[in-house]
Structure formats: C-alpha cells, structure tokens
Design a protein around this ligand. Structure first.
Ligand SMILES: Nc1ncnc2c1ncn2[C@@H]1O[C@H](COP(=O)(O)OP(=O)(O)OP(=O)(O)O)[C@@H](O)[C@H]1O
Ligand SMILES: [Zn+2]
Length: 451
C-alpha cells in the first residue's frame, strides 16, 4: 500500500525551506571563496580575464582539462589559447542561453558575460538547464553564474542583471568578442543586430519554438546582418513565444549547443561558420537542413555603404511591441461587458445552470487544467466560424438564450472571443472574465495551476 505523504506538513515545509536557504548560503560562500582564491584584479574582457593566469601558455591543469578537445587538430593548443583569451556575451539566459553558456564555459572561453533582467520561474526549469528549484524567483544571471562557476572556476563570469536596451547595449557589448542572441523578442533582435553592426561584432543568433529551431550567424566577415534579411519588423504580436506556443526543452538544448559550436568556430578561426546560411532543425522529423540565405543587402539600413540608420533607435517603438512584457494586456471591451473572477465564482456557485461558460484556450491547455462547468471552444474555431458563418453552438448544444461568460488564460483572447461572439449572436449577453485564469488562480483558487 502506498502511503500518501502530506506535503503541507509543517515539518516538511520547514525542512524544505531550511535546505533551500542552506543551498543559497552554499552558493554565496562558494562565490566568496572563488573571489578569495583569485585575488588579482582583472578587467573584462579582451584578454586579461584570466585573473593573473598566463595568457600565452596553458597550465598543466588546463592541458588536462581541455585535452580531449585540444587533441582535435583544428583546435590544438593554439585554438585553446584563443578560447582562453576570448570573451563572449550571452544575451538571454533562458532556453538557448543556458546550454550555450554551459558548453562555452566547459570549453574554457576566458570570459563569459550573461545578460538577463528576469528571474527564474518554475515553468523555465524543463529547458533552462542551468537553473534549479533552489533559485526560483532569483535573478537568472545569479542562478546561471552559480551553476557555471561550479562547472569551471577558471572562467571569468560577468553578470549584467539588466534589460539590454538602446541606452546600455553599446557599453555592455563593446568589451566582448562575440555576441550570442538567445532572446525571444523582436525589439531585442533588432537592437542586437544594430549594435553588433556598429561595434563590428559577429552575432550568433538562434530561435526555438515547439519542436523546431533555427540558427545563423550575422555580421560575420562581410556576411548579411539581420536587417539585410528582415528590413521591417514583424507585425506586432505576430511573433509566437514559448509561453504561448510551447517548446520542447531538447529543441533549445540542440540550438543553444549549436550556437556554442558557432562561437567556438569563430573564436578559433575555423572555417565553416554559418554565415549567409540558415540551419533549421525539426525535432519530430529528426532532420537538419541548411539553406543559403541572401547576401548582404546593398540597401540595408544599417550595414550597407550608405546606411540610413547610424545610431541605435527606440526598438520597442520600431517593432510596436515590448521587449520584456510577458503579459501584455489589451482592453477591447467596455466595463459592462466584463466581470471579475469573484463574480464568476458566485455565478458558478449559485447560478451555474442559468449561464453558459466558455473557455477559449486550446484543447491542450484545457486538458491541462480547467474550471468545472466550462466548455472548451478554442478561439481558433471561433475565427473559423466567424468567416464561415456556420452556427457556432450546434455541436455544443448550448442554450443560446443564456448569458455567456468567456474565459482564457490571461484575459486577452477572451475579449477577442467576446467580440466575435457578439457579431454572431447579437441578442445574447456575452461577457469576458477579466484577467482570465491567472486572475482566478490569484484571487479565487490558489491551488489552480498557473502556466
Ligand atoms: N532585452 C533583453 N535584455 C535581457 N534579457 C532579455 C532581453 N530580452 C529577452 N531576454 C531574456 O531572454 C530569455 C529568453 O528565454 P526563453 O526564450 O527561454 O523564454 P523565457 O522568457 O524565459 O520564458 P517563457 O517565454 O516561457 O515565459 C529570457 O530569460 C528573457 O528574460
Ligand atoms: Zn544588413
């Protein structure tokens, strides 16, 4: 017989808290120790990152440590020394940045900078492999630093706990040799591109979503930059992110690791850098493809001979979207077309039979968690009905006289759905639930899963 443990037992909770604090203290002590062990001041990056170690030679320990990769003729002692004397900036310590940083630190890159403004969330842990439970709600750069330092104390790590923006990007980026774009939004991609063009740095760019990923290197040895390929930003909110579309952890694992590979090839001056080519990876199909992409554009706004953009601009304005807004909320409805979650709770308790409750999330999300009495009508199917003018409720056998309440994950799609439904069913009272299931979990049912 399996005896269920009571995970809310105060002794268990207290011990868990104590262990978490001890682990954090251990990290703090390890940081202090590594600072004391390496007392020589250094100024990142460009070479002097070895805290007093020789730049020209490898120590016996370094030879042992990196021997397996130094045995490769295209790396050798020369290549290892190049890595040791190099610096790499990883922008975004998420799904791509974690594996990229891990392999670059393991490979012995002399100085690694990490930029991220965000903190570790539980839904990061399935793919952001440097972070762990103990660092939940702690800055990602601190969590990554602790994990990387344990892996390789010889590397100098620099943490930039900030959002990269037009005002700080040039300062941060100019002291590194190669830049890794491991971010997830259009404004930051354009910013990184432009700053790399202006400061003449290669930009190793990756992306991963669901079960597919892609990779290329911009601004390398006269190759194209991001703007040569994408002169205009994508329509606002058209770029799907992992939080909405999902991602299998192994996919950014593959792409981030390939980003590290490109960095190593650039730093060791090896051939075959993925410039002017795009590599795509389809995880389900187990296929890699490499395509030639366009050459540097003669009319590129930043990298051509007569650029029209010569300094950093406001990239959020340019793209019409924010670089760090995880829950951008829209406001499409009048207050009388909306209810709060507390009112929804009352309706569900006392008048559930007299109302219709619709959840417009995808079937996958609905299966993960839902409020009882809600039926699933994914918003995509509403778009379909909207254009096909088929009656919506036939399959659902809903009583179309009853008021309808619409919910989604965060309260945006529910508003869009209300607008569509009102076009189709103008006689019905149709309202959305403000803040969606996130608000429900916060204000009504704290045990409801948040994702
Ligand atoms: N301008 C920026 N400056 C610093 N860090 C950035 C910037 N833009 C994005 N990032 C970081 O890049 C990382 C991208 O990671 P990832 O794509 O795995 O998604 P996430 O934001 O961590 O999670 P999810 O999309 O699932 O909510 C994030 O940690 C994010 O904070
Ligand atoms: Zn260009």
């Amino acid at each position: 017989m399996v005896i269920e443990k009571d995970f809310k037992d105060p002794r268990i909770l207290q011990l868990k808290e104590e262990i978490k604090n001890l682990k954090l203290l251990l990290c703090q002590k390890e940081t202090e120790l590594s600072e004391l062990l390496k007392p020589v001041a250094f100024s990142c990056c460009h070479g002097p990152s070895m805290k007093g170690a020789s730049k020209e030679k490898l120590s016996a320990t370094e030879i042992s440590r990196y021997s397996r990769q130094m045995l490769i003729p295209k790396i050798g002692v020369k290549g290892q020394l190049k890595l040791k004397n190099s610096s790499v900036l990883i922008v975004g310590v998420g799904g791509l940045g974690c594996p990229a940083a891990l392999y670059l630190a393991a490979a012995g890159v002399g100085c690694i900078g990490l930029v991220d403004h965000d903190c570790v969330e539980i839904n990061n842990l399935h793919r952001q492999v440097l972070h762990s439970d103990v660092f939940l709600n702690q800055p990602k750069v601190d969590s990554a630093f602790a994990a990387l330092r344990r892996l390789n104390e010889e590397v100098e790590f620099r943490t930039h706990k900030t959002q990269l923006s037009s005002s700080n990007a040039t300062d941060i980026i100019s002291s590194y040799d190669v830049i890794v774009d491991a971010t997830d939004n259009a404004p930051t991609r354009f910013l990184l591109n432009d700053v790399c063009v202006f400061t003449k740095k290669p930009l190793v760019s990756g992306a991963a979503l669901q079960t597919e990923g892609q990779l290329t290197v911009y601004n390398y040895e006269n190759g194209p930059c991001y703007r040569c390929l994408f002169p205009k930003p994508p329509p606002p909110n058209s770029v799907k992110n992992c939080g909405d579309a999902g991602v299998l952890g192994t996919v950014p694992g593959v792409i981030g690791t390939l980003q590290a590979m490109e960095v190593i090839k650039i730093l060791t001056e090896n051939k075959g850098v993925l410039s002017g080519r795009l590599l795509t990876y389809d995880g389900l199909d187990a296929s890699f493809r490499t395509f030639k992409i366009r050459d540097k554009s003669k009319t590129c706004a930043v990298c051509s001979e007569s650029p029209t953009i010569k300094e950093l601009i406001d990239y959020e304005q340019f793209c019409g979207s924010a670089a760090n807004d995880k829950n951008p909320s829209i406001n499409l409805l009048n207050p009388n077309e909306r209810i709060h979650v507390e009112r929804l709770a009352e309706l569900l308790k006392t008048e559930s039979e007299n109302n219709t409750f619709i959840d417009v999330r995808s079937p996958e999300e609905f299966e993960m968690c839902s409020i009882s009495k809600f039926v699933n009508v994914p918003i995509n199917s509403l778009f379909f009905y909207n254009t096909s003018s088929e009656p919506l409720f036939t399959d659902l056998k809903l009583d179309t006289e009853k008021p309808v309440y619409v919910i989604c994950r965060r309260g945006n799609d529910s508003q869009r759905a209300v607008q569509i439904l009102k076009d189709l069913y103008s006689h019905l009272e149709i309202k959305d639930v403000i803040g969606g299931l996130h608000s429900w979990a916060k204000r009504v049912d704290n045990d409801f899963p948040v994702y």
